[in-house]
Ligand binder design. Structure first.
Ligand code: AMP
Length: 229
């Protein structure tokens, strides 16, 4: 099963990707997480992208393509994956098409999750994450423990530097300009579905599941070629 979750920052792609990952035992490939790990490690790449990410701008297509190509070659990605945060531009989508064609013509099921800007801003500015394991909290709906330590790993709970209101508004503008055209790109290719992300986590997960069940996104006899939309 090869799924792409498309949608603005904070709409719930990561949350839904984690639910799908557990359910279908396929990896979540979140390019934002990969980049944040590079920043945390202090690698050359991390140093290169740190300021760009903090401003809410996009990292260059060249860098992103190198990252995704390497990640899709890993053994755990051969049976399927959930893309979260990639592609974010038309050139990235075109490059992804070429990579998937090489991977036995994998068919990507694209699910767009959308929500009004104000809902997104409310969610992201209240988002807190564990800097060690990445567990996501929300000050209103799922508050972190009072001692500021992650309940899973004991790591420090922080606000992502790009989760301030000003940066979130900029990230939404970048999404509209650079990423939203992917909706038309994938719509005309087929295998495209939409979900209202302003609903509860459970309801969104249920609707995504219905799409997957109804549209044959499950691998048949272990081959992706048997999929149909
Ligand atoms: P995310 O965790 O998906 O919100 O991504 C955080 C930040 O990482 C973005 O605001 C970008 O700066 C960068 N980033 C993640 N994925 C991509 C991508 N596919 N193309 C360009 N920049 C990306």
């Amino acid at each position: 099963m090869y799924i792409l979750l498309l949608g603005p920052p904070g709409v719930g792609k990561g949350t839904q990707a984690k639910i799908l990952m557990k359910k279908y035992n396929i990896p979540q490939i979140a390019t934002g997480d990969i980049l944040r790990a590079e920043v945390a490690s202090g690698s050359q790449l991390g140093q290169q992208v740190k300021a760009i990410m903090a401003r809410g701008e996009l990292v260059s297509d060249d860098i992103m393509l190198q990252i995704i190509e390497k990640r899709l070659r890993q053994p755990d990605a051969q049976r399927g994956f959930i893309l979260d945060g990639f592609p974010r531009t038309i050139p990235q989508a075109q490059a992804l098409d070429r990579l998937l064609a090489k991977m036995n013509n994998v068919i990507l099921k694209v699910i767009e999750i959308s929500a009004p800007d104000e809902e997104i801003i409310k969610r992201i500015t209240n988002r807190r994450v564990c800097e060690r394991c990445g567990k996501v909290y929300n000050l209103i709906t799922n508050p972190p423990p009072a001692d500021g330590r992650c309940e899973v790993c004991g790591g420090r709970i922080i606000q992502r530097p790009d989760d301030t209101e000003e940066t979130v508004r900029h990230r939404i503008a970048v999404y509209r300009e650079k990423t939203y055209p992917l909706v038309a790109y994938y719509r005309q290719k087929g295998h495209f579905h939409q979900v209202n992300g302003a609903q509860s986590i459970e309801k969104v997960a249920e609707e995504i599941d219905q799409i997957i069940q109804k549209n044959g996104a499950l691998p048949v006899q272990g081959t992706s070629r048997a999929q149909s939309a």
